[in-house]
Design a binder for this molecule. Structure first.
Ligand SMILES: Cc1ncc(COP(=O)(O)O)c(C=O)c1O
Length: 422
């Protein structure tokens, strides 16, 4: 991407823009929530829609001049419904966290109980971390894995807890969990206790849209929230999907988004969502998703061979969670720094019932969405896993780390960040 106007007008900001372009091109991005968007998505993000206010919904706006905002929002909504077999989509949430908060605001009363996955077992902050505004308004209770070695969720314990705690909302979703969720079990428990079932598919949205992971709506979930970045490979943003033509629920969701939580939607982002959803509807997107899973399994095979402990024992999706403290005697913070120095970006992460503090936990989390977008296959991904193991073992060996850094640069140069997906 060229920044001809910024470079002339504002060299200070240009330096940061150019530095980030270079960092992304030369390093390998393994943070599982990150990806590269197409040039078409970036064009829509930088379009004239960024100048427009459009509070309200298509056909019912509070400002004039909405001919084209209505057009583009309808395209985004229609494509979102097609991707996820939804009856209704609100594409206005500014990101994943506001989308979750909007659902809570729409379907709960203050003091109501919500059930979500324990944070250290893979859940997300917005599913009840005490520092969130949601946790101050609602009462969150958690479920966990039965066995962190297999990743199996303790659905029986969840059922018992749901009978006891009587949640109004049960959330299936995660940011650091590697196994398929049993959506049918979630839906059954929710039905039994009279709760709504919501899936937060922020991490796996692309894989669901691409047909390689199960769709919660096929198991009667009421609601889906998601980010539109990550595996879905769109702009940073959020969205809420409703399975059935339930007018009352749809109205409550719409009102919770606006005016409940937001003012004007970011129409340039909605235009970019529409473009990204168009890309995800293309047949090549399914091939990309298949490759994401295959590549993650290729990395897991190397870690298994090298005796690295993986939470959940491997992966069914795009991400892996390694116990680096147990496997290499190195904390997550240092592991992140060592790998950053060789050009591999991933993030430190808490593991189940982690004895170490959140800012220096026992684990690191990594995933294949971004390197798969660059066109890497199983051979390259297996080599990246080996580089991770070699770098962590040789963390005090400067010469070895330099050799690995050079190898990472060569690999990155051989797989440039693409601009076009369809
Ligand atoms: C499961 C889940 N929900 C919600 C979010 C929040 O999304 P955002 O960072 O866009 O607010 C994330 C982000 O990582 C996530 O993983």
């Amino acid at each position: 991407m060229h920044y001809s106007f910024v470079s002339q007008q504002d060299p200070e900001v240009f330096e940061a823009l150019e530095g980030e372009e270079r960092r992304q091109a030369e390093g390998l991005e393994l943070i599982p929530s990150e990806n590269y968007v197409s040039r078409a998505v970036r064009e829509a993000l930088g379009s004239a829609f960024t100048n427009k206010y459009s509070e309200g919904l298509p056909g019912k706006r509070y400002y004039g001049g909405q001919e084209f905002t209505d057009q583009v929002e309808e395209i985004a909504r229609t494509r979102a419904c097609r991707l996820f077999a939804a009856a209704y989509a609100n594409v206005q949430p500014l990101s994943g966290a506001p989308a979750n908060l909007a659902v809570y605001h729409a379907v709960l009363q203050p003091g109501d109980t919500v059930m979500g996955m324990d944070l250290s077992h893979g859940g997300h902050l917005t599913h009840g971390h005490p520092l969130t505004v949601a946790a101050q308004l609602f009462r969150f209770v958690t479920y966990k894995m039965k066995n962190p070695e297999t990743g199996e969720i303790d659905y029986e314990a969840m059922r018992m807890a749901a009978r006891r705690e009587k949640p109004k909302l049960i959330i299936a979703g995660f940011s650091a969990y590697t196994r398929e969720l049993d959506y049918a079990a979630f839906a059954d428990i929710a039905r039994e206790v009279g709760a709504l079932a919501m899936a937060d598919i922020a991490h796996t949205a692309g894989l669901i849209a691409g047909g390689v992971l199960a769709n919660p709506f096929s198991h009667s979930f009421d609601l889906i929230t998601t980010t539109t970045h990550k595996t879905l490979r769109g702009p940073r943003g959020g969205m809420i999907l409703v399975r059935e033509e339930n007018e009352e629920l749809i109205t409550r969701i719409n009102r919770a988004v606006f005016p409940g939580l937001q003012g004007g939607p970011h129409m340039n982002v909605i235009a970019a969502k529409a473009v990204a959803f168009g890309e995800a509807l293309h047949s090549s997107f399914g091939d990309y998703c298949t490759a994401v899973l295959r590549n993650a399994k290729a990395m897991a095979a190397v870690f298994a061979r090298e005796g690295v402990r993986m939470l959940g024992g491997g992966t069914d999706n795009h991400l892996l969670l390694l116990d680096v403290y147990g496997s290499f005697g190195v904390g997550g913070k240092e592991a992140e720094e060592v790998l950053d120095a060789v050009g591999i970006t991933l993030n430190k992460n808490t593991i189940a019932d982690d004895p170490r503090p959140p800012l220096d936990p026992s684990g690191v989390r990594l995933g294949t969405p971004a390197i798969t977008t660059r066109g890497m296959g199983e051979v390259e991904c297996a080599r990246v896993a080996e580089i991770i193991v070699e770098a962590l073992r040789a963390r005090d060996d400067r010469a070895k780390k330099k050799a690995l850094r050079d190898e990472v640069r060569e690999l990155a140069a051989a797989f440039p960040v693409p601009e076009k997906f369809v």
